[in-house]
Design a protein around this ligand. Structure first.
Ligand SMILES: Nc1ncnc2c1ncn2[C@@H]1O[C@H](COP(=O)(O)OP(=O)(O)OP(=O)(O)O)[C@@H](O)[C@H]1O
Length: 201
């Protein structure tokens, strides 16, 4: 169980970002379009050049090769990549229970990638990422392509895993109602920094 600690991070227009996300905690991040939410997640995942420090428990980002860091601190981008012909080829471990929990059909692992809708892709990308057993999660609008029922199903599934596996989670979200449902704390990008918001019940 580890805390994700971000200290004095700067990337693009964002400066002096300080944030600690505790084990099992969901911190939502919002901000206007282009304010730097995705870039901040990419910096924490060590995908883009940035200054400052990021640490997961005792492990410093700067002490670990990028690919190993990203196995632990897993970024799930808004648009997922699919490079094999079928869904199942992207998974080393498959679970019918996960498909069911995400509202996907039982034979989805046999589907060609070309038939996936954007919502199916989004849910399968989450299942794929979580199957690698990350230690922290960076979620970039994980329900952007989903209808209301699927959104709430995915939220519940993610919340259970985050709590059970005690994953510190930074979750980019636009909608106040979603933030109220999932967040323990909420920060908004203001004046090139992040500002904590009062939580609505
Ligand atoms: N690699 C890069 N180099 C320079 N500027 C970039 C780079 N990637 C993104 N930007 C710019 O940084 C700004 C923030 O981009 P980012 O994708 O983080 O926004 P966002 O808050 O996630 O927006 P949205 O809600 O629209 O997805 C944008 O102006 C974007 O054009």
């Amino acid at each position: 169980m580890a805390t994700l600690a971000i200290k004095n991070l700067a990337i693009g227009d964002l400066k002096n970002i300080e944030l600690e996300v505790a084990a099992g905690e969901i911190v939502c991040l919002s901000g206007t379009s282009g304010s730097g939410k995705s870039r901040l997640l990419r910096a924490i995942a060590d995908l883009d050049l940035h200054s400052g420090s990021v640490q997961l428990g005792d492990t410093r980002q700067s002490d670990v090769p990028g690919h190993r860091w990203r196995r632990a601190v897993m970024l799930i981008p808004a648009e997922s990549a699919w490079w094999h012909d079928t869904v199942g080829e992207h998974f080393s471990e498959t679970s019918d229970e996960t498909l069911q929990q995400l509202g996907l059909e039982a034979d989805a692992f046999t589907w060609p990638v070309t038939r996936l809708s954007s919502g199916e892709k989004q849910r399968l990308a989450l299942a794929r990422a979580l199957s690698h057993k990350p230690a922290a999660l960076l979620l970039d609008e994980p329900t952007a392509n989903l209808d209301k029922d699927s959104t709430e199903r995915v939220e519940a599934w993610l919340r259970d895993i985050i709590r059970q596996q005690q994953l510190p989670t930074l979750w980019v979200a636009h909608h106040e109602d979603q933030i109220a449902r999932v967040a323990d704390r909420h920060f908004h990008i203001v004046d090139n920094g992040i500002k904590e918001q009062e939580m609505t019940q």
